[in-house]
Design a protein around this ligand. Sequence first.
Ligand SMILES: NC(=O)c1ccc[n+]([C@@H]2O[C@H](COP(=O)([O-])OP(=O)(O)OC[C@H]3O[C@@H](n4cnc5c(N)ncnc54)[C@H](OP(=O)(O)O)[C@@H]3O)[C@@H](O)[C@H]2O)c1
Length: 248
Amino acid sequence: MRVTSDKPLRGKTALITGGARRLGRASALAMAEAGADVAITFLHSAREAQHTVIDLSSFGVRAVALRCDVTDEKSVKSAIKETGRELGGLDILLNNAANYETVEFDKLTVKQWDAMFASNTRGPFLVSREALKLLRERRGKIINMGSLGGLRPWADHAHYCSSKAAVHMLTKVMAKALAPAIAVNCVAPGMIDLGEKAAAGFMKRMAKQTPMRRNGTGEEIATAVMFFATAPHFITGQIMAVDGGLGL
Ligand SMILES: NC(=O)c1ccc[n+]([C@@H]2O[C@H](COP(=O)([O-])OP(=O)(O)OC[C@H]3O[C@@H](n4cnc5c(N)ncnc54)[C@H](OP(=O)(O)O)[C@@H]3O)[C@@H](O)[C@H]2O)c1
């Protein structure tokens, strides 16, 4: 008989990159609510990170915020070391930190292209590689944040879309390379409405084009992250679009 628990991550530890705000914060809160001790990283959002740590702690779990630039190898190494020290191990890594930018193809510079790949693709690779030792000790899990933009071409986002398509492939390669110790999966959000006033018109148009007739919420992305966080280890190498059918 399968017994379900209201704290399925009790006794587990999680690291969420870029977890101070928005979708990273939503996933961090879901994991803390499920009983996990949580480390979040931030780059510029120090104040938001402190608030998130307070909110995480309110679930009665251990929570810590670490500064980390995922484009910088030294910074990544020290954040992983600190995570091991603070949490005593690592069960779940959520590679969430990323950048998004709208640029017409003709105007896209090498600098913009390289910066996008440094954070969105090389970042998850670096953080995962450095976390391997800790994750192997716990038969852990890696969850990458991909994007519908990595599955469907968006004309003014060549660098972003390509960087996320690479994250989807990285997910599959790592799933094969790191098995049987570590399961690796990916959540690919579609249009997620985080309540930004500037995006309201765009969000309304996208909702009309979406089969589910609305955009997604941060909580729905966190639910998908929680699915992989609590899923059997036998589920690996999967890309789960959470997009209300927009990609169909
Ligand atoms: N929002 C959506 O609708 C949507 C749709 C599809 C996919 N996604 C993906 O889902 C994830 C979360 O989305 P989001 O909209 O919440 O992301 P976001 O706000 O654009 O970025 C998340 C965090 O990434 C951190 N970050 C950026 N560059 C970094 C670097 N070099 N080193 C370390 N941290 C860095 C930032 O931390 P600081 O604030 O501390 O600087 C930021 O708060 C991303 O991977 C995104 O691509 C989101």
